[in-house]
Design a protein around this ligand. Structure first.
Ligand code: SF4
Length: 244
């Protein structure tokens, strides 16, 4: 596992908590709109940060931060993620995991061992191979079942969680939001994030694409709220947020 980024203090990565953020390299998906280009495609270009450095910096922030967000890339492709969570817990911090949901076995283990306090899982599209492959940039034939399984684990109420969708012009419309919401009906919290626009993207064709308008985001919100009352928008109107 390689840590390729660290933010000492963030107010935008965990609702209601002040957190540090650890970025792990690599991802098993290739979402064309993803802005973590180097983390996903060229992690070798980024310097690795030794855990000891993170430990030192986190100790200095103790008293300021509540927890540590582990994001990527996709953190669960690292077999030693459990060890990292353990170390962070031993330091006395809460742990939040950002995941695309493709590793239910690891998510289950993290929950069972109480190594994670909050999970934010992407639901990138309605859960069919065709829809998901379109939005994730790879054929997810072998992954949809796993994503479904992780979804079921979270809906099973073992840990605090949210589901979230980054909506991207050309990839999502109201029908997608409605289908996603039908599948995660009953969930505790659903977040719709607007695509950022004007950032480097995994597929350069998505760079500079105009995000959805305020009106369109409100339509998505209304559509979702009919099925999941606890739906919120992030990244609107121009609120800072980090996509996953
Ligand atoms: S958006 Fe998330 S899941 Fe998709 S390529 Fe980027 S890091 Fe991976």
């Amino acid at each position: 596992m390689e840590i390729k980024g660290f933010i000492d203090i963030s107010l935008i990565d965990w609702d209601g908590q002040i957190s540090s953020v650890v970025f792990l390299a690599g991802c098993n998906l290739r979402c064309p709109f993803c802005y973590n280009v180097n983390l996903v495609l060229h992690p070798e270009k980024l310097p690795a940060i030794p855990f000891e450095q993170i430990e030192d910096r986190s100790k200095k922030s103790r008293g300021w931060i509540d927890g540590v967000v582990i994001t990527g890339g996709e953190p669960t492709i690292n077999s030693d993620l459990l060890g990292l969570c353990e170390k962070i817990k031993e330091m006395g911090f809460l742990v939040k995991l950002d995941t695309n949901g493709t590793n239910p076995v690891m998510v289950r283990e993290l929950i069972d061992k109480r190594l994670v306090d909050y999970i934010a899982m992407d639901v990138k599209a309605p859960l069919t191979v065709e829809n998901y492959s379109r939005v994730c940039g790879v054929n997810v034939e072998n992954l949809v079942e796993k994503i479904e399984e992780t979804l079921g684990i979270l809906l099973g109420d073992g840990v605090e969680y949210e589901f979230r969708t980054t909506v991207v012009p050309g990839l999502h419309d109201e029908r997608d939001i409605e289908e996603i919401c039908q599948r995660i009906r009953g969930c505790r919290k659903y977040v719709i994030q607007n695509y950022k626009g004007d950032v480097e993207t995994v597929d350069p064709k998505f760079k500079g694409l105009k995000p959805f308008s305020e009106e369109k985001m409100k339509v998505f919100l209304t559509t979702a709220k009919k099925i999941i009352p606890n739906t919120i928008l992030r990244g609107f109107p121009s609120l800072p947020h980090r996509e996953q």
